[in-house]
Design a protein around this ligand. Structure first.
Ligand SMILES: N[C@@H](CCC(=O)N[C@@H](CS)C(=O)NCC(=O)O)C(=O)O
Length: 190
């Protein structure tokens, strides 16, 4: 099994945490630099992660997780857990847009519809996720909890949001820092 990704991507990290101690080869690419040709050869959407198992290519962390959970004979996600993933991905996708825009020299703090929508989505999803943490919905260390951990730690690493009002998310991240593979996959160590 081969996982194509990077050490900083939160979407790749969630798959590394899900794989835990399963044996696999990790291909660490700089997708915006010298690794781009290899990315082009492996995924026309030009995104990571990509999993290759027995000649089967699988794109997108959500599909990869479904494949792995099935192969590990684990329960499929419930509809509520699917919704948790949609909230996490909503915040994560918008935060990636903010980061790539900033790296493109765009002022993401400007009063423009596109950036106002991203900021609003990040805050509404984070507030909802924070309330879910307070209700104990993310206490079991399962795939949605792994994805939330990777999101919050990456937002903090990239300094993309102000956590005022959603401090439960930071406390959640801090409580799970000892989880299997969490330290080994810390993007700060990349
Ligand atoms: N829905 C995808 C999102 C993956 C994604 O956005 N990955 C980022 C890295 S963090 C990426 O490859 N970005 C490249 C780009 O947007 O050009 C998934 O869950 O795998």
């Amino acid at each position: 099994m081969k996982l194509i990704g990077s050490t900083t991507s939160p979407y790749v990290r969630r798959i590394r945490l899900l794989l835990d101690d399963e044996p696999y080869e990790f291909i660490n690419l700089n997708i915006y630099g010298e690794g781009r040709d290899e990315l082009r050869r492996n995924n026309p959407t030009l995104k990571i992660p990509v999993l290759i198992d027995d000649g089967q290519e699988i794109y997108d962390s959500r599909t990869i997780a479904r494949y792995l959970l099935e192969n590990q004979n684990r329960e499929p996600l419930t509809w509520d857990q699917e919704n948790q993933l949609t909230l996490i991905d909503g915040a994560n996708d918008s935060a990636v847009i903010m980061l790539l825009s900033e790296r493109s020299g765009i002022d993401t703090g400007q009063d423009a519809m596109f950036y106002n929508l991203q900021r609003e989505r990040i805050m509404t999803t984070l507030r909802t996720l924070s309330a879910m943490v307070d209700e104990g919905q993310f206490e079991p260390w399962n795939y949605p909890a792994i994805c939330l951990y990777c999101l919050v730690d990456w937002l903090d690493f990239r300094d993309l949001v102000d956590f005022t009002g959603v401090e439960s998310l930071v406390a959640f991240r801090d409580r799970h820092r000892q989880a299997p593979q969490a330290a080994e996959t810390d993007p700060r160590e990349a």
